[in-house]
Ligand binder design. Sequence first.
Ligand code: MRU
Length: 377
Amino acid sequence: MGDQSVVSLANDSQSGSPVPTPTLRWEEPPEGPVLILLDQTRLPVEEVELVCTDVQALVDAIRTLAVRGAPVLGLAGAYGIALAAARGFDVAEAERQLASARPTAVNLGYGVRRAAAAYRSALDTTADPQRAAQAALAEARALHAEDAAASERMASHGLALLKKLVPGGGLRILTHCNTGALVSGGAGTAFAVAHAAHREGLLRRLWVDETRPLLQGARLTAYEAARADMTYTLLADNAAGSLFADGAVDAVLIGADRIAADGSVANKVGSYPLAVLAHHHNVPFVVVAPTTTVDLATADGASIEVEQRPGHEVTEIAHPIAEAGSGIVLAPLGTQAYNPAFDITPAPLVTALVTENGVASPVTAATLAALALSDTR
Ligand code: MRU
């Protein structure tokens, strides 16, 4: 276990903002630099911050999902390298530990590699570890700013697309997992689009899948929607079929953890069944993700490593995420559980991919490569 401490936030009232404090931030108190995370395992019951003073603490926070969601994992990885460098830890070892903390979200390794490359290049030119640590921090901050800007652009492209796909407003959007300000340096991905629709008075209802087994929808998306004064309704994941059958969904909006070169989308388990339902009911299925989530080096969906999580997350109910044996038992002792954290949706089931660079529709290897490569940063 690394060096973590927790700080309770003053009881923040509903403010119209989806989160009470940035999901992650860098601070430099006299005792040395720290990375502060809004602890997502404690939401919505408690608003508590987790202070990481070393890399192991951050790796623990990533593994236990105290910080989670693809874009913010990239930021955590980059700041983790800055933390290692500033505190005199072995940066190559930090790079290895952080990049392998979770396998599926491509952003994690991307953020780690960017900050580590900035560190190494500054070290090569200056031979000064302090200057190199500053370069790693500057790179993490640059990625943070880029991610916030990407959120804004995705919200705007996504809203324009929704207006075309579902003219007339009164939108009933179904979403899965959590894709708001908790996962980003800005307003998020899919949730940011729904939030933009809400701000324009176009959102009639946000249907929030609870997202078994770790309940990111119930715990986190409902929390963000409530804080943002959106009209939302929570449903058990397996109620989604009835919702489509009732004609109560105008569009599905989800995020992504990794998008392969053939357009296959890895996202929270339960996304693929929604894509099949949406296809059957002729409802647009829209993926919203920054180009940092597009991984042209991974050829196809079958090549994406899907994280397998412990069975007790399925055989027990625990809140917040807890050790095996500490939750309410749901299944006979010794029951084996199948618990992939993500599933893969093939590109033909995706109506459109919204990125900060624009929209790919249909999603093909060619439209995807054109978007991912048109990054003008
Ligand atoms: O296991 P998690 O909670 O990290 O999974 C997160 C998701 O699946 C999100 O939908 C994805 O990262 C996109 S977030 C913009």
